[in-house]
Design a protein around this ligand. Sequence first.
Ligand code: GUN
Length: 310
Amino acid sequence: MKLYATLHNSHNMLYFCPQMTKILDGKALALTLRSKVKEEVAVLREAGHRAPHLAAILVGQDGASMTYVNSKEKDCQYVGFESSVYRLSADTTEKDLLSKIEAINTDKNVDGLIVQLPVPKHIDATKITESINPDIDVDGFHTLNVGKLTIDEDTYISATPFGVIMLLEEYGIETRGKHCVVIGRSNIVGRPMSILMSQGGRDSTVTVCHRHTHDIREFTKTADIVIVAVGIPEFLKASMVKEGATIIDVGITRVDADNKRGYVLKGDVEYASVKEKCSAITPVPGGVGPMTRYGLLHNTLKSYKKKLNL
Ligand code: GUN
């Protein structure tokens, strides 16, 4: 709870109005959206259509990647999608991986294909993303789809930026003419996020900060919206944000802790202190993460409908 000197009474005197910080509840929104997908799939099946089908390839045994792929599989089951998960050993050759992708690319009953990143070092990740058929590239990582995003053509928007946009829209966060600072310039989050925020419909003025930015605070202190995707726990402090800003935390890192699980999940934002200063914030967990998971379902359904001319 904070006090804002925002309103004047009939004697034109300032008085203080208590304001609650909006918690942008991605978990609840994703649940609602996922249920809608489930209902839509049930109707499609009832009408005699096959189920949408997402294929995922995981190479190796990276703990976080295994968790993500398991979640994606669970989400598919929940909404009634078919899912095929190919768990390949860490020493799979690039050639074998490319053959697997090619086999899936030409399977007309697969609507979406993702290769979980990162891939082991002996495999060229760019070569892999470029080998996925752009029509079923539901991650939106292929250069053709990135290019379409850049010129505002219809495409698959990568799941995390898509989820963030949905959250901002759902909670009625004004973006037009606002200064949006994106911290991080990754191909998966920061770069597409910055493009989307400046596009027509959102119309923000965007600054992209990254590891070579001299004084990030100088930019974040004037930002109306801060989107942080750096993977450094509690990177964004209260002293770096403007009173009343909207804060989107994309980070989620396991930090060792003395509890049963042995770790706690931390975002890129120092949540407790920033929450007291901003007007809206995403929690971690339960903010952007569930929306990312929804984004993949959305893109797979989009591909499916296009294939079946629905
Ligand atoms: N690794 C981290 N995020 C992602 C994602 O959204 N898609 C894929 N394929 N790999 C990832």
